[in-house]
Design a protein around this ligand. Structure first.
Ligand code: ATP
Length: 371
């Protein structure tokens, strides 16, 4: 096990035209499960490949503990990698697939046997050891790939979208299994995904990436509840955070967020944070579950609330939840998530209750969070 430190790490392609990774600083603690999360093309895989030694950085350094491994070859780094495509060898049995990295390291036969059986048991594939990959399901093949990665007891485990090829149900099951396995083995793990639910449920911390840069790093709930930018706020969470352009105004000595045809009164506590933005346009953000509809459910646990009028435009009944699309003011559609099945009529008037402890205000130009 080891701490991994990335220092101003860069990777440019095509003579600097493509800045795949554009100067990232990140420390992954010893034994931590860190998720690199971001949209397609943001530089996650390139970052992972540099940590693995499969890509030479354009600039910056990679440290494993106090060792500078930036230019070490992959085999000298004590890492294992699991890919989306499983990459198990079709001509070898499950046993030989798992044993392979140990054979290369010239482990004695008896020790290989002991280790293969140990990881096969951990991943519940003991009964499949004599089979060939073609005789396995996708989920079983991925277990073999994970077993082969951890059998060498690597210092760092690197995983690149390992669950993307599995069906939805299996993905959820494997999510929990990989997380439990990592907790048991305490191996420093860097896990790449574009799936925010995977990131939220698996990571000790999440690093959100966009366009070659890391925008925010923190525990899942912190990144979710206190996003530092419009990008992080809207990338994580489904349905997406509502975002409305508003002006901050002072009315009768109270602050209000004034949008097109609606006003959201704010409590006095926000004055200090917003004082430089009075009479300016900002972006107001609120997650669908941080609102409710009066008379339907309550926000009893919330100390500060405010209410605005809305008109029901559409209702999505998901069974577990109801997503209400409501019009506020002049054509501003927002989504409100209500727990359970709530049969609201389209066209009916509702009072939308807003949890003021969970509102977000972003600078319109920098898109950075003010609140
Ligand atoms: P995905 O989730 O789609 O795999 P990603 O976040 O892992 O995306 P990368 O694969 O790291 O993104 O790619 C980052 C950027 O670098 C992309 O614009 C990609 O096209 C570019 N890129 C990656 N590898 C190369 C290469 N060998 N040559 C040129 N450009 C590359």
């Amino acid at each position: 096990m080891v701490e991994v430190r990335l220092e101003n790490l860069k990777k440019y392609f095509d003579n600097g035209k493509v800045k795949a990774v554009d100067g990232i600083d990140l420390t992954i603690k010893d034994g931590e499960f860190l998720v690199l999360l971001g949209p397609s093309g943001c530089g996650k895989t390139t970052t992972l490949r540099m940590i693995a030694g499969l890509e030479i950085p354009t600039g910056g350094k990679i440290w494993f503990g106090d060792k500078d491994v930036t230019y070490f070859s992959p085999k000298d780094r004590n890492i294992s990698m699991v890919f989306q495509s499983y990459a198990v060898w079709p001509h070898m049995t499950v046993y030989d697939n798992i044993a392979f990295p140990l054979k290369i390291k010239k482990y004695p036969k008896a020790e290989i046997d002991k280790k293969v059986k140990w990881v096969a048991e951990l991943l519940q594939i003991e009964t499949l050891l004599d089979r060939y990959p073609a005789q396995l399901s996708g989920g079983q093949r991925q277990r073999v790939a994970v077993a082969r990665a951890i059998v060498v007891e690597p210092a760092v485990l690197l995983m690149d979208e390992p669950l993307s090829n599995l069906d939805a149900k299996l993905r959820v099951a494997m999510r929990a299994e990989i997380k439990k396995l990592q907790t048991k083995l305490k191996v420093t793990t860097i896990y790449v995904t574009h799936d925010q639910v995977e990131a939220m449920t698996m990571g000790d911390r999440i690093a959100v990436m966009n366009q070659g840069k890391i925008l925010q790093v923190g525990p899942p709930t912190e990144v979710y509840l206190k996003p530092n930018s419009v990008f992080v706020g809207t990338f994580i969470g489904a349905p997406e955070m509502n975002l409305l352009e508003v002006s901050i105004k002072e009315k009768d000595r109270n602050l209000v967020l004034e949008g097109e045809g609606f006003e959201i009164p704010l409590s006095e506590d926000f004055r200090e944070l917003l004082k430089d933005y009075i009479d300016k346009t900002v972006l107001f953000g609120i997650r669908p579950e941080h609102m409710t509809v009066e008379g339907v459910s309550t926000l009893e646990h919330v100390k500060k609330i405010t209410t605005i009028e809305g008109l029901v435009d559409f209702v999505e009944a998901l069974g577990t939840d109801t997503i209400v699309h409501a019009n506020i003011g002049e054509g501003n559609l927002i989504k409100v998530k209500l727990p359970g099945h709530i049969p609201l009529e389209i066209g009916s008037k509702v009072k939308i209750v807003i949890d003021l402890e969970n509102i977000h205000v972003f600078d319109k130009n920098t898109e950075k969070a003010i609140i």
